[in-house]
Design a protein. Structure first.
Lengths: 591, 83
């Protein structure tokens, strides 16, 4: 390997120094073609057969966990399973190994190419397009050949885990203790890998486009997730420099953690609650440790993903009670299922052409009432902890809110009739994350107990940007005048109606954005636990007068470039030392 | 083939799965083309439209049983209903 540096997007800060290990690679480009000696051909064929069988088991397991309501998805997976188990597909690939003396990956790749040729000549467009299904199936097998969770289990030492992309389902069941850092080819500022890295307090770099071409398993690398770099085969000077930088960063982190239990309050006495966003129930232990004043957003999806069947009401009740109990008497806000086809069954979703605008979140729940009711029952029952609250995601208008509330009322009636202990007065809020909800915030505010502004989605929907698409992710502008006005309008509407408004989303954990949010007088900010100490420290050094002034100036700016420049200069002048180790979600190039 | 879209992915999957249950060698014949009925990929490449007549050929111990079962599947539209 020649020494070189590749760049990516830092999404979870820190530095790691160690060996690379690939969990998966993309199918098409990077498939290596290797000649196999005749002696090794039987072993290579066995490897191919095993990959088919493991991919089949994995798909079968996925199939088994599809709830009966999602018959469509089950049928798609059935088709894929039949393709995977097609005697011709395996036979063709095995023959290629035999006849050409090539490695399993290439043999399969070649088999797919041959099949593609046959399909291309089919007139029926629908059937012709089924080659895409064949391709998906082949990718699954290839991922079994090039490395996997399974392979990671056999590794003794800790590694820097690399992948083409990490889907939520890939990371379920990962042995966290073996992972020093994450690096992926795909992904953007707000992708899942970042959330995962931050919640595990593991450095992560995504969108490193040259990753797979430049790095092999076992290469020694430095992953710099402060600046977004991966240095391959570093020299001694670099090693020394980075060891030192790693030490300084970890020291700084330790330092701010010491002060993190102090309240989130500005110098001139404005109090803002700093809360935690949680994805995994286990993370709750870190919340108090890092100074979190409750849970502002618990994403309830994980317990639906890490398993073969649907969780039972009893399991959910226990999970929710434990969580609320762990932060009592601080508030614990549960967001009802926010799944779309991309999260529920990655790659085998509802085959929606545009899942972000599809049957997801509250819409999905309102279509699958048994799933929704089971969760609402569990939440109502966990509501006996008075600090628990629930909120609906992705509400677009009053009708959806009313529909959800009707289901909730029905659940309450049932629980009452069954004499099951629950809290009928559990506070109910909504996520404000669609532009439509912003526009009618005054109307919604009259009918809910609180608002939580989900900026990640709001920015996407307001600006029409898919944040995970690296070709447009630079247009994902948290401080776009339209976004700022949307947030301000929502906060004002909430306060006018006398309800609380919190803000969860990357913006809340961005040191440059927080002063503006304070200026808008949000009641709480909720963020990944890892970010709480740093943000609290910034809040405690600022004054509301400064924040007011900054907000006023920002609202006078006519475009986002001016806003970003103004915010960076102002915030950087006020707290230079605080920002040494921070990367902002604002575009840093202009500083 | 009574299914509206012809012998598309799902019926093809069902047909291949069913054929795989038998030991006999089972072929599906359309005009001069003959494919392995146990292979979904083979079946799909025939691209059989609705209303098309197919010939099933089986040879082996359980050939009769296989033909009866598979013929039946065609008749009830692979449980796909009218649409």
């Amino acid at each position: 390997v020649s020494r070189r540096t590749i760049s990516g997007i830092p999404v979870s800060s820190g530095i790691a120094i160690g060996k690379a290990f690939f969990m998966n690679k993309r199918l098409s480009k990077s498939i290596p073609r290797q000649a196999i000696s005749p002696d090794d051909i039987p072993a290579e064929k066995a490897r191919l057969e095993e990959a088919f069988s493991r991919a089949g088991d994995e798909l079968q397991a996925l199939r088994d966990k599809v709830p009966p309501e999602l018959r469509e998805q089950a049928l798609i997976i059935d088709t894929h399973l039949t393709m995977l188990r097609d005697p011709k597909l395996l036979r063709r690939a095995l023959d290629n190994v035999d006849e050409m003396g090539i490695n399993a990956e290439w043999a399969l790749f070649k088999a797919i190419k041959e099949i593609r040729k046959v399909f291309e000549s089919i007139d029926d467009e629908y059937i012709r397009e089924r080659i895409q299904d064949v391709r998906l199936v082949a990718e699954r097998v290839t991922s079994k050949l090039t490395g996997s969770v399974q392979a990671l289990k056999s590794i003794e030492s800790r590694v820097i885990l690399m992948a083409h992309d990490l889907a939520p389902s890939d990371t379920v069941g990962l042995d966290v203790n073996k992972i020093m850092a994450f690096a992926t080819t795909m992904g953007a500022k707000t992708s899942h890998t970042g959330i995962l890295g931050r919640s595990l307090r593991i450095p992560a770099v995504v969108g490193a486009t040259e990753l797979e071409d430049s790095i092999q398993d076992g290469d020694f690398v430095i992953l710099d997730a402060l600046q977004g770099k991966v240095i391959i085969d570093p020299d001694e000077d670099e090693l020394a420099e980075y060891a030192d930088r790693k030490y300084q960063f970890e020291n700084y982190t330790k330092n701010i953690i010491k002060q993190c239990r102090l309240p989130g309050e500005t110098v001139d006495g404005y109090r803002v609650r700093v809360m935690a966003n949680l994805e995994l129930a286990e993370e709750v232990r870190g919340v108090r440790e890092l100074g979190g004043e409750g849970i502002g957003l618990y994403r309830t999806e994980y317990s639906y993903m890490n398993r073969e069947d649907m969780p039972t009401e009893e399991e959910l009740v226990k999970e929710y009670l434990d969580l609320a109990g762990a932060v009592y008497p601080d508030r614990c806000v549960f967001r009802t299922l926010d799944m779309g086809s991309d999260k529920l069954l990655p790659a085998y979703g509802l085959e929606e052409s545009n899942p972000a605008l599809g049957l997801r979140s509250i819409r999905f729940c309102l279509e699958h009432l048994d799933i929704f009711k089971t969760q609402l029952r569990a939440l109502m029952r966990a509501g006996v902890m008075e600090n628990a609250a629930l909120m609906y995601p992705m509400v677009s208008g009053l009708q959806e809110l009313h529909a959800a509330n009707r289901v909730l009322a029905e659940v309450k009636r049932e629980l009452k009739k069954e004499r099951v202990e629950h809290n009928p007065d559990m506070p109910v809020g909504i996520m404000v994350e669609l532009p439509s909800a912003v526009m009618i915030a005054e109307l919604l505010a009259q009918e809910v107990d609180f608002f939580s502004i989900g900026t990640n989605d709001l920015i996407q929907y307001a600006l029409g940007i898919d944040r995970a698409n690296k070709f447009v992710s630079h247009l994902y502008q948290p401080l776009h005048p339209a976004v700022l006005r949307s947030i301000k309008h929502t906060v004002d509407a909430a306060h006018q109606a006398g309800i609380e408004v919190s803000l969860c989303g990357e913006v809340a954990s961005d040191p440059y954005c927080v002063p503006i949010l304070l200026g808008m007088q949000v009641d709480c900010v909720s963020m990944t636990p890892q970010a709480i100490p740093g943000i609290k420290r910034i809040i405690r050094q600022t004054t509301m007068a400064d924040c007011d002034e900054l907000l006023k100036q920002v609202l006078e700016c006519r475009n986002v470039t001016t806003i970003n420049r103004l915010v960076k200069e102002t915030v950087f002048n006020n707290y230079p030392e605080e920002l040494t180790f921070y990367s902002s979600i604002l575009d840093m190039e202009e500083v | 083939v009574r299914n509206e879209l012809g012998l598309h992915a799902r019926p093809a999957a069902r047909l291949a799965q069913a054929a795989q249950q038998f030991d006999s060698d089972i072929k599906l014949v359309l005009d001069d083309r003959e494919v392995d009925c146990k292979s979904i990929l083979d079946i799909l490449t025939l691209a059989v439209p609705q209303g098309c007549g197919l010939e099933l050929r089986a040879s082996g111990e359980d050939a009769g049983e296989a033909l009866a079962k598979l013929e039946n599947m065609f008749k009830n539209r692979f449980e796909e209903g009218q649409g």
